[in-house]
Design a binder for this molecule. Structure first.
Ligand code: SF4
Length: 99
């Protein structure tokens, strides 16, 4: 079987400090790409390629738990986001998935 190569680069991407997260879910609701989901009462970045690194979620966070960092990540994938947005099973939709 042929291995698929995955491109990784240094880019801006959100980082969520779990200790500061109160589980309100506002960031997941604010993320247009569905990159954030609520898991066990905490916000998680569920897919690097769904995060465009623009930080639309930052102003929604009442505790300042989210920041933009630069780190290795796969590139933002607009096509994957579009496919997910058309799916009724978007994990982060409205931030109420597994809370
Ligand atoms: S908005 Fe902030 S406090 Fe609320 S779930 Fe997201 S990271 Fe946690």
């Amino acid at each position: 079987m042929k291995r698929k190569e995955v491109m990784v680069l240094i880019r801006k991407i959100i980082h969520i400090d779990e200790k500061r997260c109160n589980g309100c879910g506002l960031c997941a609701a604010a993320c247009h790409e569905g990159a954030i989901a609520m898991i066990n009462g905490k916000a998680k970045l569920i897919r690097d390629d769904y995060c465009d690194g623009l930080g639309d979620c930052l102003p929604s966070c009442p505790t300042g738990a989210i920041e933009i960092k630069e780190r290795e990540a796969i590139p933002y994938n607009e096509e994957a986001v579009k496919r997910e947005q058309e799916s009724p099973y978007l994990p982060g939709k409205h931030g109420k998935n597994t809370k």
